[in-house]
Design a protein around this ligand. Structure first.
Ligand code: ARG
Length: 468
């Protein structure tokens, strides 16, 4: 039987014309407060700015605005102290807060929603949340850069093999290797800062989609909330989620960098490499193998990259082909974003901890740097430079010498001058000066190269460039 009167269980915010409460599954699929309660601070900030503007514009009385602002501040305290009771029946954080405001201050609470819709309300709160997340990520990445730079300073001249194809290629220094990540995280930070600039416009005052007939002041609310200006188009203001997509894509790229560093830490701390060791604080044991020290945090950083890529894909797919303006699909923007925002911070913090924690086995690393004919390029370079051989020919000659040495089970520097001359008679004894790992590394002084002298300068330059 259809009741003509409003049901007492109908939604208190929009249920005025509804005779029955929503079906259970509708209530369940509609409710977002379990996750969007994370927006409470931003929602309250948006509401306070809106209430002040309404009073300034004489749309509501000063007394009502005062009561609203005081009531909202009380709610903020009650949420922060854990006393606030969130109700699924009130759908989302916005209606939970408004309902609590009504309980606190009575009828004046109902005036807050003048010249506003949940559509511009949620767009505003979500933008503010993503802006906070960007600022937090920038600060965390800066701390990671500082940690890597500190370790690079300790390892300016620590020798290690550089790899291509994960095969030993040429010797490098650990300091140089760590500085590569300082560059990557620097680009991540510049992307973060770039997203923030584009994000920083206020959707508030777009109302449901078309603007409002009330004489609102969008410049005022934009300023109050730290936005540079109001968004120009009301339809765009309530339907744009580019800022969330950009956050997810920046975080996904950052997750790639983090997972590459994590992978190197996993490799380097393995028995086969034995380049680094983590203290107990960053190692985990096995419940069956007493000898194990596992780099779980690095593995999880590597693993979490996957879900962060997925979160970007998820929101791209949600937004694709949505007609203007607001669609409820867009409530699905929250969980992927919160998941990435929380996990990217955790990953950056874990990598910072591991970067500061590891100890390097310098002897082992230097020995590895001298293995597998890592100095073959130095040999070829000598032939090209000293004998004026075309590099292609020098490469062939050096390859023949490597083959010869390998047949004798010797390193290049262990061959006698006679043996070297048996392959190329013009070779002189000063060739031995370029064959040591130290000299190989020290000679790579081209800009951006691995020589300790360069690394020292690169550290100072990075400090300046990244404001560390
Ligand atoms: N919880 C909703 C969201 O996150 C708020 C906006 C609801 N707007 C509406 N017209 N139903 O998208």
């Amino acid at each position: 039987m259809v009741d003509s009167k409003k049901d007492k269980n109908a939604n208190p915010m929009w249920g005025g014309g509804f005779a029955r409460p929503p079906a259970d599954a509708l209530a369940k699929i509609n409710a977002s407060v379990a996750f969007d309660k994370r927006l409470y601070r931003q929602d309250i900030a948006g509401s306070i700015a809106h209430a002040r503007m309404l009073a300034k514009q004489k749309i509501i009385s000063d007394a009502d605005a005062k009561a609203i602002v005081a009531g909202l501040n009380d709610i903020l305290k009650s949420i922060e102290s854990g006393r606030f009771v969130f109700k699924d029946s009130l759908e989302d954080i916005h209606m939970n807060i408004e309902a609590a405001l009504k309980d606190n201050i009575g009828a004046a609470a109902g005036k807050l929603h003048t010249a506003r819709s949940r559509n511009d309300q949620v767009a505003t709160a979500f933008r503010l949340y993503v802006r906070d997340a960007l600022d937090a990520l920038d600060a965390a990445l800066r701390a990671l850069q500082a940690a890597l730079l500190k370790r690079a300073g300790e390892h300016v001249a620590t020798l290690m093999p550089g790899f291509t194809h994960l095969q030993i290629a040429q010797p490098v220094t650990l300091g140089h290797h760590l500085l590569a990540y300082v560059e990557m995280f620097g680009r991540d930070r510049s992307r973060v800062q770039d997203v923030r600039k584009r994000l920083n416009e206020s959707p508030l005052g777009a109302a449901a989609l078309a603007g409002t007939s009330f004489p609102i002041d969008r410049e005022f609310t934009a300023k109050e909330l730290g936005f540079d200006r109001p968004m120009a188009n009301s339809l765009d203001a309530v339907s744009d989620r580019d800022f969330a997509l950009e956050f997810l894509s920046v975080a996904a790229i950052c997750a790639v960098h983090l997972s590459r560093l994590a992978e190197e830490m996993v490799l380097w701390s393995s028995a086969q490499f034995s380049f680094i060791r983590f203290s107990d604080a960053w190692s985990t044991g096995s419940s069956i193998m007493p000898q194990k020290r596992n780099p779980d945090a690095a593995e999880l950083v590597r693993g979490k990259a996957g879900r962060m890529f997925g979160n970007l894909m998820s929101l791209l797919a949600t937004m694709k082909a949505l007609p203007l303006a607001y669609n409820k699909d867009m409530q699905e923007d929250k969980e992927p974003l919160f998941d990435t925002a929380e996990n990217i911070m955790l990953c950056v913090q874990a990598m910072t901890g591991m970067a500061l924690d590891f100890t390097a086995d310098k002897k082992r690393m230097a020995a590895a740097a001298g293995e597998a004919y890592a100095n073959a390029t130095d040999l070829a370079d000598w032939l090209a430079r000293e004998l004026k051989m075309p590099f292609r020919e020098a490469h062939h000659v050096a390859a023949r010498i490597v083959k010869f040495a390998s047949g004798k089970n010797k390193k290049l520097e262990e061959l006698s001058l006679k043996e070297l001359q048996s392959v190329e008679p013009k070779i002189r004894k000063d060739i031995f000066s370029v064959l040591s790992v130290e000299n190989s590394v020290a000679s790579r002084k081209s800009f951006g190269g691995t020589a300790p002298e360069n690394v020292r300068k690169a550290i100072a330059a990075a400090k300046k460039r990244f404001g560390l």
